[in-house]
Design a binder for this molecule. Structure first.
Ligand SMILES: Cc1cc2nc3c(=O)[nH]c(=O)nc-3n(C[C@H](O)[C@H](O)[C@H](O)COP(=O)(O)OP(=O)(O)OC[C@H]3O[C@@H](n4cnc5c(N)ncnc54)[C@H](O)[C@@H]3O)c2cc1C
Length: 457
């Protein structure tokens, strides 16, 4: 509970309608899509940068934790207010400020949903490449804070590659602006890279200028199934190794295919041990040539069924299957843990074998879903956190999966971030001096440690 005088000061900023502190209201902001929950003392809905700045000045004076929140779709506990304090929810800062396709940028407030950006750009024949599976819900503030990726990031890169400029409110309440609307800008430190992936621990994002691209002339989509998971993974490394760069290359194992089929009845091959959803885009002639080469490669790796989408409707159906994977898995048990270890693409077959070996060892039902073309694995384990014995096996399995990824020269997270889920594993991929360097930055920017405390740094 906040001190009544502090509460009154905060209410003065937004008015009582945008300040919540009843337990039943706070409960809605206590969780994300991970498995840890914590109640904030209050939730506020700022509408302007000035309001954010005024709230942070008070938070700084009274040393109150501040946790930013977009849509709460993080899968690593990043927006969970583990040390309580105030949650700043950005659902009322959701304006698209400017669309400029001539100079190829869009300016947005942090609460704008990724999918709304795509819809705003579509009439101009443009798109914003980062496409997290949560794109119809998750916000740009959350995407930047997590440096989100998605299927087509294989070819196009992740959020950090598209942030041209930002406005950020620091813990002190000071407002800083960096970057610009220029595609090229090497004026000073590349601060957008520092804030991308910082999980709200360095500052609160109140505006972003994002690079946008013209839509490719042609898109071709292929669903390929295999009777062997090794062959599926080997096809990935063969295609990438041959110099073809698809826009997306998504791998699903048999359990994932069946979970989708049980839920959506899309006609997927239930017998297949593995599948690849491959998409290429670009100039028509180049796409046709690449598609031929891809088909040759998957056949060489024992593909049993190849289906090319012949219309936008068919293409959308294939993608709907892929996007529903997390949701259908979440129905299999009270909880679901989905991780995203990432390895060099040549190690994809080995890492998949390791994941299967480890989850079998701990007698866990697990599905493998991967943005396989960039080595980003999403092992998903449905389980029940109330079942202590089972939960211990889940934790041990993930600990070994992180270790295995590190041993293969991989990393803990390709896109989901660290949050609460993986902070105790940083040492596997970073030495102490590197972790200390991040702490030095945090201490310099937020000396009272009020911004999203208790997270990875
Ligand atoms: C079904 C499903 C599919 C997903 N697919 C993908 C995927 O393909 N790729 C991927 O990368 N992720 C994916 N995710 C994870 C998640 O959607 C992303 O991490 C997303 O970027 C989170 O956005 P959000 O708006 O929900 O942010 P939240 O979850 O609310 O917050 C995430 C972090 O951002 C911080 N934050 C939010 N707004 C601000 C702000 N204005 N200023 C400073 N910090 C802020 C929060 O404090 C927190 O640390 C998926 C999640 C689900 C549930």
């Amino acid at each position: 509970m906040l001190d009544i005088q502090v509460k009154n000061k905060l209410i003065k900023i937004t008015g009582p309608d945008r300040y919540l502190d009843r337990p039943e209201e706070l409960a809605c902001y206590a969780y994300d899509a991970f498995v840890v929950e914590a109640l904030p003392d209050a939730v506020m809905f700022p509408k302007t940068t000035r309001e954010v700045s005024d709230i942070l000045k008070i938070a700084s004076k009274f040393k109150l934790p501040i946790t930013g929140r977009g849509a709460g779709t993080s899968v690593c506990g990043a927006p969970v207010p583990i040390q309580h304090g105030i949650v700043l929810c950005f659902s009322k800062m959701d304006t698209i400020i400017e669309v400029n396709t001539r100079d190829r940028y869009i300016v947005v407030q942090p609460g704008v949903v990724n999918g709304d950006i795509q819809n705003a750009l579509a009439p101009f024949g443009f798109f914003y490449p980062p496409d997290p599976g949560s794109m119809n819900t998750s916000t740009i503030g959350g995407n930047i804070a997590q440096n989100a990726g998605g299927p087509r990031c294989l070819k196009y890169g992740v959020t950090v590659d598209y942030v041209l400029g930002m406005e950020v409110v620091l813990a002190s309440g000071k407002i800083i602006r960096f970057g610009s609307k220029n595609v090229k800008d090497v004026t000073g430190y590349k601060l957008s890279s520092l804030f991308c992936g910082s999980e709200g621990t360095l500052g609160i994002i109140t505006e972003a200028t994002l690079k946008v691209l013209p839509k490719p002339e042609t898109v071709k989509t292929l669903m390929v199934t295999f009777d062997n998971l090794d062959n599926t993974a080997n096809a990935v490394t063969d295609i990438i190794g041959s110099g073809i760069l698809p826009a997306a290359m998504e791998l699903m194992d048999q359990m994932t295919l069946n979970a989708i089929e049980d839920s959506a009845n899309l006609g997927l091959n239930r017998e297949a041990q593995g599948s690849l959803l491959i998409e290429i885009d670009g100039v028509k002639e180049a796409c046709e040539k690449e598609m031929k080469n891809i088909i040759k490669k998957v056949k060489e790796n024992g593909a049993i069924h190849i289906q090319e989408a012949t219309s936008d409707k068919e293409r959308e159906k294939l993608w709907a299957a892929r996007r529903s994977a997390y949701g259908v898995f979440a129905k299999l048990a009270p909880d679901i843990v989905s991780e995203d270890v990432t390895v060099p693409v040549s190690k994809v077959p080995l890492m998949i074998r390791k994941i299967v070996e480890i989850t079998d060892k701990y007698k866990l039902k697990a599905g493998v879903l991967a943005h396989a073309g960039d080595g980003n694995m999403h092992p998903m384990i449905p389980a029940d956190r109330e079942n202590k014995e089972e939960w211990q096996r889940v934790e041990k399995a993930f600990s070994e999966i992180f270790q295995a990824a590190a041993e293969l020269g991989g990393t803990l997270s390709g896109e989901h971030g660290i949050g609460l889920a993986k902070s105790s594993y940083l040492h596997l991929v970073m030495n102490k001096d590197t972790i200390d360097f991040m702490k030095t930055i945090k201490q310099a920017v937020d000396p009272d440690l009020i911004l999203n405390p208790g997270k990875f740094v």
